[in-house]
Design a protein around this ligand. Sequence first.
Ligand code: ACM
Length: 267
Amino acid sequence: MSVLRVAAIQTSPVFGDVSGNLERALALIPAGCDLAVLPELFATGYQFRDTAEAMSLAEETAPGRTGGPIIAALTRFAAESGCTLAAGLAERAGDRVFNSAVLVRPDGSRGLYRKVHLFADEKLVFTPGDLGFPVFKACGTTVGLMICFDWIFPEAARSLALAGASILLHPSNLLLPWCPEAMITRCQENRVFAVTSNRIGSENRTGTRLDFIGMSEVVSPLGRLLVRLGKEEEGAAVTDIDLAEIKQQVTPRNHIFGDRRPDQYRL
Ligand code: ACM
């Protein structure tokens, strides 16, 4: 399938109201989408006070684990709608909690990514990801997962693109203002689509007020901003993407990967 209908879902979660947040987020996904991305930690809220609190709302999502209410709702929605989902959630693995994202296919199978680059006070709560940047087959193509602050490390998007991803699925809870524009460059320099899904609203559970910036968007491999939401609205940024665009190169003499010179780089 060369053309896919994708959606970046922009939510306004209430901290700790898992069932309400799930219901409101899934209701925002329009019928007929092939692929929808929900924000980072979309069902729990973002600002955990400590690891114990995150643990209390976390689910076991590693292969073979059955998960909890969030995985159950995502799995049911994907099966009923035929839409593949990517979504962020707190993941319990023994005595560790990861800031993770799952890919949930309509057949119930899943992929898992654990956030590699933790942002600010997330370092007090979560264990840094240990699965690298895996890619997954979905919707007839290859997709990769990255989470929010991973955007500022070009290595994240590059790793996924070099592994064959054609679409970056990017659940986020953005706070810094630069990501929506930066993703345009990430897409151009890697010849990938990106679906960045953010939240709106504020949290202040620790004495540090966090204001989330919205602006969920879908960007094409040529750096075209296909759709972007505002800073204060809940909703869905929906667009059709043509995977054929990935094949277009910078010039007839330049291939974005073929022209790389790893022997000249010190990384
Ligand atoms: C972030 O990584 N949630 C800012």
